[in-house]
Design a protein around this ligand. Structure first.
Ligand SMILES: NC(=O)c1ccc[n+]([C@@H]2O[C@H](COP(=O)([O-])OP(=O)(O)OC[C@H]3O[C@@H](n4cnc5c(N)ncnc54)[C@H](O)[C@@H]3O)[C@@H](O)[C@H]2O)c1
Length: 329
């Protein structure tokens, strides 16, 4: 069965979604939609499908849509997602949205509820967890190779000089970090945060966040928008009673260090995945596969509910920093 797909918001990231769909033999792009007509028309020419300048018009056209990506942007990179996503969900159309699910937690809750009440698949492009290396690390945890989980050290550093709201760095970057953290260690119960403004900046561009997990593990996130070019994008170390792993740059290098031996096991470029940019393909293809397999809406990987939980941790971190307290979730 060919999945009929639309893309709403065909800027840089929406175009990446479109390219992945175009390369997937099980997908037909039937619609591209952008409020800027020139962009919609250019995307239709490049990727196929009918161009539209609003979700309302796209829905009114009666075109069949089995799945729609929403890659709009807005305030804190997520302020524009709500309106088109709600229009699609209310019309019964499954959505693969971009992160953050929203910069506004109340709107995120409403979108998740809208999908749930209609039993519609709604997922987010939480692409950092959709890599062969992350999957292998997850399998190690599930097979008990690390033993009891003790700690996670997560680092996510990129260089983003953009200045907008004080919480731009937290809300726009760390949906990824907290999703990876939850993927490996489960739900977070307590959050304590410290932040600082990098030199010359007006936003909280550096953060150290301490976490307690429901399973008793503890951990931290070191995040920054002030990284230099020589810094890795991301490093995730998960430590257990029997061993630990280090996952570098989402997909590039994964090493297991047993606790009782000096012998290590390292994989580089698992599944042939070379760099972060390739994670869009593995994430979007996974969604297509789950849709084609008619996966129940409750079992979609990287769900909007996962994204909402990550965003809830972010808001708890902001509250913790503002109040100087440990915030319970
Ligand atoms: N998953 C990732 O790794 C990753 C990486 C970078 C960016 N992102 C996310 O991708 C999203 C898009 O980022 P971008 O850099 O492509 O933004 P962009 O500004 O280049 O593109 C957004 C597009 O959406 C259009 N648009 C806005 N409102 C619309 C509406 N209601 N209907 C139709 N079109 C509308 C705009 O005209 C624009 O063309 C952001 O949420 C960002 O956080 C995700």
């Amino acid at each position: 069965m060919t999945l009929k797909v639309g893309i709403v918001g065909v800027g840089g990231i929406g175009s990446r979604h479109a390219q992945v769909y175009k390369e997937n033999p099980n997908v037909e792009i039937v619609a591209v939609c952008d409020i800027i007509e020139k962009k919609a028309k250019a995307a239709a020419e490049k990727f196929g499908g009918r161009p539209f300048t609003s979700v309302k018009d796209m829905l009114a056209s009666g075109i069949q849509l089995d799945l729609c990506s929403v890659a709009t942007k807005g305030v804190e990179n997520g302020g524009d997602h709500y309106v088109p996503t709600m229009e699609l969900l209310e019309a019964g159309i499954p959505v693969l949205g971009e992160k953050p699910i929203s910069n506004n937690i109340d709107e995120a809750i409403k979108m998740v509820e809208a999908a749930k009440s209609r039993k519609i698949p709604y997922a987010i492009d939480l692409n950092h967890r959709f890599t062969p290396a992350a999957l292998k690390a997850k399998q190690w945890i599930e097979a008990g190779r690390l033993g009891t989980l003790h700690m996670i050290n997560m680092r996510m550093w990129i260089n983003n000089p953009a200045e907008s709201s004080p919480w731009f760095h937290m809300r726009a970057l760390h949906p990824h970090s907290f999703d990876v953290i939850r993927y490996f260690c489960g739900d977070v119960t307590k959050v304590a945060a410290f932040m600082m403004k990098g030199e010359g900046r007006t936003i909280w561009s550096n953060a150290q966040i301490i976490l307690q997990f429901a399973n008793g593990a503890i951990g931290n996130l070191v995040g920054s928008y002030d990284a230099g070019k020589s810094y890795g994008l991301e490093q995730c170390e998960v430590v257990g009673s029997k061993g630990r792993f280090v996952l570098v740059d989402a997909c590039e290098h994964l090493t297991f260090y047993p606790r009782d031996s000096i012998e290590t096991e390292t994989y580089s470029y698992l599944g042939g995945m070379r760099s972060f940019s390739e994670t869009f393909k593995s994430r979007i293809d996974a969604m297509v596969d789950q849709m084609a397999a008619k996966t129940p809406y409750t079992e979609i990987d990287g769900s909007a509910e996962d994204a909402l939980k990550a965003q809830t941790i972010i808001e708890a971190a902001i509250r913790s920093f503002e109040t100087g307290t440990v915030v319970e979730l």
